[in-house]
Design a protein. Structure first.
Length: 116
């Protein structure tokens, strides 16, 4: 027996909570991955016409990033986010990359010309 919030609970109740927490974490992970996939798909679709001189796409998928741990209300989950390779070049010769839904220069500073 364990004491939780001033009352005693049995092992089966603790296991049920553990199972519910596990289900909540898996649901949060799936929702986060679906949101990331949707954002990447929208970004790729918005730049599908961007081509270089040889007619190669300038914005393409580039596999998945490294696994990162994200803390959500249900606990900590591991997320393997999709990657995008954006080879477009702005007028000043600097490449832009997508970070958190906004465009920024490779050096980190934000410029009006690098917004989607």
């Amino acid at each position: 027996m364990s004491t939780v919030a001033g009352r005693e609970v049995g092992a089966e109740e603790i296991d049920a909570r553990s199972l519910l927490d596990q289900i909540a974490r898996e649901g949060a992970r799936r929702i986060l991955l679906a949101a990331l996939e949707t954002e990447v798909a929208a970004y790729l679709e918005a730049h599908v016409t961007d081509r270089d001189a040889d007619a190669h796409a300038l914005v393409v998928r580039n596999g998945r990033g490294r696994t990162r741990k994200v803390t959500v209300g249900a606990g900590t989950i591991a997320v393997n986010a999709p990657r995008v390779n954006d080879r477009r070049v702005k007028a000043d010769g600097q490449r832009c990359r997508m970070y958190g839904g906004r465009m920024r220069l490779a050096g980190g500073e934000s410029r009006p010309g690098c917004r989607p």
